[in-house]
Write a protein of this length. Structure first.
Length: 354
């Protein structure tokens, strides 16, 4: 199974294999199906207990859809999803009710994900109403405990979401997600709607809660700098597929896939001397439609290192070095870590000539 090498001795909490999420395209007065939008197309990865897996990529690549499918907010088209040892991909929604306390989600827009007609106490306490038999006093005590954990004043329990700032609203969402003591939380761009000054506070809160409660995160974001700060491993997504998955430091130091290289070249360096000397990779063309992805590699229409094989044969997503996975024909002939390093250096020399 994926990711076995670098995480020896740690238990897999989430196992995703061959996951697909296709949305049907219909046309005509009879709404006849004429195609599919391949939002998530054959995605596989594992997440270990206590770690944070960062999922990055440009807007529209399928990151949020992937996170929602894993929690079964959407019913997957195909594939396997195992959370805490239980297969849930084909489970009925009624059967998933007992799994909901284990897996929770923090949504991107705290304004849209909180009911404006409910008080903070009612919002945080709703999961307790649905899944526990606590008394009224016990529920209130738990609500106050959760507010303390996320740094909210207890005196605000009877206020409404519109009376809070964006950062405070996101803290309410985090408290709601923690109410049932989950093991796994999908954080769907939890800082994207916040001011930069507030983003660090929310990320630091997530890290503190992870250390204290032993949480496991799938952290979805397009902010590469923030993912570098919080993630243990990083998966890079493009047009519904995982292009590369690697430990954080390895991926940022030596990105293997041409798309990852282009993505990281767009992140500004704080050192002006380094920034001046660094080569920026400018991708040409537009991202293809997920309703009609290109034949072969889905990045071949924009890749600066495209080969003939890329246009006809889809590359396998495989381990090319211990703990490092990529879907790229540049590494088809590499059998060892030294071979991958040589291929990377050759790729970098091509990159500098782009």
């Amino acid at each position: 199974m994926l990711d076995a090498a670098p995480q020896t001795g740690r238990r897999k909490l989430v196992e995703v294999a061959g996951l697909k999420m296709y949305f049907p395209i219909t046309a005509g007065i009879f709404r006849t199906k004429v195609g599919d939008v391949k939002a998530v197309d054959n995605v596989s990865f594992d997440i270990y207990e206590g770690e944070t897996l960062g999922l990055v990529g440009e807007s529209g690549c399928g990151k949020s859809t992937c996170g929602r499918v894993i929690l079964r907010l959407y019913d997957p088209t195909a594939g396997s999803i195992r959370i805490d040892g239980r297969e849930i991909a084909a489970s009925a929604q009624s059967d998933l009710r007992t799994m909901r306390p284990t897996m929770q989600m923090v949504f991107q827009d705290p304004q849209a994900s909180l009911n404006p007609r409910m008080t903070v106490a009612a919002i945080i306490g709703e999961p307790l109403e649905e899944h526990t038999n606590l008394s009224k006093a016990e529920k209130l005590a738990r609500i106050y405990e959760l507010m303390d954990q996320v740094g909210l004043n207890r005196n605000f329990a009877n206020r409404y979401p519109h009376e809070f700032s964006g950062g405070q609203r996101q803290r309410i969402g985090i408290a709601r997600a923690l109410a049932l003591n989950p093991k796994f939380i999908v954080c769907d761009e939890p800082i994207a709607a916040l001011d930069v000054s507030i983003q660090a506070q929310v990320v630091n809160l997530l890290e503190e809660l992870q250390d204290r409660l032993g949480l496991t995160y799938l952290f979805i974001s397009h902010d590469l700098s923030m993912v570098r700060h919080i993630a243990d491993r990083v998966a890079v997504m493009y047009l519904g597929q995982i292009a590369e998955l690697a430990p954080r430091d390895d991926l940022y130091a030596t990105p293997l896939h041409p798309y990852t290289q282009a993505l990281l070249s767009a992140v500004p360096e704080p050192d002006p001397d380094v920034e001046t000397e660094r080569g920026r990779i400018i991708l040409t063309g537009d991202v293809p439609s997920p309703a009609n992805p290109p034949e072969g590699c889905n990045f071949c229409t924009r890749c600066p290192k495209v080969m003939e094989i890329c246009k006809t044969v889809e590359p396998a997503f495989r381990e090319v070095a211990p703990g490092r996975f990529t879907a790229c024909h540049l590494y088809d002939d590499t059998k060892t870590t030294a071979g991958v390093t040589a291929a990377y250096e050759a790729s970098k020399s091509i990159q500098q000539g782009v």
